[in-house]
Design a protein around this ligand. Structure first.
Ligand code: SF4
Length: 409
């Protein structure tokens, strides 16, 4: 059988170490003794939902559609929420051919290489059909879709399940949930309850308009006097880019500073070496009538104390602590993760990231390469822009968290 994709469509621009492109040719699973290699998408897609399962099972291959055999349980769960899988959804698997043991022809788990090869096919389906909601069943689907956008460590499905992400790359809500097989294997009522709740939460997004991300307005300033006109009883988010994790060793420095006056407007500047030119910033940080927001506020507070000689007065919100209060799973409180799951933007740190890494990552006093990077105009501009995004995004995140908790600024 010919299959759903042409050779060109299934060739990724990602190249492996041995210089072969990730593609169906490089994968080769379609050559197996299958009835339906490269299993095509199935369903009438009336409600714009795309379900992505893990891999095509023998039962799927026999039936010519995903979610058959043990995975069939998804039909009844969706029905409980008024969704007909075949009428309302499009259904695919993250690995579209059935992986078989070579000798026994028994079904097996796909390899990392096979999963990577099929990413382009999954991405092509998303780009072709433009779903409103993408439900990712399990780690393989997570790897192929979120792994396409999120380049840091993915961790497991436990880290991601339950979030419904307004992903700006695909312009769709993305909801990672447990795989059907995991729920069946566990046979625990609590796992099934969580799974159904996650699916219900995902489906509820069909009634919400998709939020389009707007970039904040960034003002790069040299004269800090403008900070003196920030009014009392307002709130600002503060973020520093620095030469390391801890400020105590001589030579460390705050390279740039950004002050978001709301979620859409940010002042950002290279930290002046002259004390006099820094005075408007010091007055702002010391002002007890202006609320301060931040993410991991002990960091900005300590750098301010050691480098600028002042504690920051009137800390009002730490979005890192709030993230932990709202969801106490490990590994989810950093700003980049929080901004992605809440606002759908990932990877804005990519160009600056390698310069921020410590020379000796076991030594908290170690220096990174930010001084060197910001010594060129291009490096400085990238750092200022990145720094500005951080404080604006902290402000937006804080506002969203306060709304959830029921606190107003
Ligand atoms: S599993 Fe995916 S990448 Fe591999 S041959 Fe089948 S369609 Fe192509």
């Amino acid at each position: 059988m010919k299959g759903f994709f042409t050779n060109q469509e299934t060739q990724s621009s990602i190249v492996m170490a041995n210089s072969k492109k990730l593609s169906c040719m490089a994968c080769g699973l379609y050559k197996g003794p299958l009835k339906n290699p490269k299993l095509p998408p199935f369903g009438k897609f009336k409600k714009g939902i795309l379900n992505i399962g893990e891999f095509t099972t023998i039962a799927d291959d026999d039936a010519g559609k995903p979610f058959q055999g043990k995975e069939h349980g998804i039909y009844s769960v969706y029905k409980q929420f008024g969704i007909d899988i075949e009428e309302d959804c499009l259904n695919i698997n993250a690995v579209m051919c059935t992986p078989l043991e070579r000798k026994t022809e028994k079904q097996r788990i796909p390899t990392g290489h096979e999963i990577a090869c099929c990413t382009i096919n999954v991405v092509n389906v998303i780009k072709t059909y433009k779903p409103k909601l993408i439900v990712l069943f399990g780690k393989i689907a997570l790897t192929n879709v979120i792994g396409h956008v999120w380049k840091a460590s993915l961790n497991g499905i436990d880290t991601w399940r339950g979030f419904v992400i307004p992903d700006q790359t695909f312009q769709a809500w993305i909801a990672p949930v447990f795989s059907v097989s995991y729920v069946k294997i566990k046979q625990k009522q609590e796992v099934e309850v969580i799974w159904k709740q996650d699916i219900e939460r995902a489906l509820s997004k069909l009634n919400e308009p998709f939020p389009i991300h707007v970039q904040p307005e960034i003002k790069i300033i040299k004269n800090l006097n403008v900070l003196d006109i920030i009014p009392n009883h307002s709130a600002i988010a503060i973020d520093f880019e620095t030469t390391g994790k801890k400020p105590h060793v001589p030579g460390h420095w705050i390279v740039t500073c950004s002050i978001a006056i709301n979620g859409n407007q940010v002042y950002v500047f290279k930290m002046p070496r002259s004390k006099e030119r820094r005075l408007p910033l010091i007055r702002l940080l010391k002002n007890p009538y202006i609320k301060k927001l931040g993410h991991n506020i002990k960091y900005e507070d300590e750098w301010s104390f050691v480098i600028l000689g002042t504690r920051i007065k009137n800390w009002f919100w730490c979005s890192m602590q709030a993230a932990h209060i709202l969801d106490n799973r490990a590994g989810i409180t950093n700003l980049k993760f929080q901004y992605y799951i809440n606002f759908g933007i990932a990877g804005y740190e990519t160009e600056v990231n390698k310069w921020m890494q410590a020379e000796d990552d076991k030594n908290a006093n170690s220096f990174n390469k930010m001084k060197e990077f910001t010594s060129s105009p291009a490096g400085l501009l990238l750092t200022l822009t990145y720094n500005a995004y951080d404080s604006a995004y902290e402000y937006r995140l804080a506002e969203k968290q306060m709304k959830l908790i029921g606190i107003s600024l």
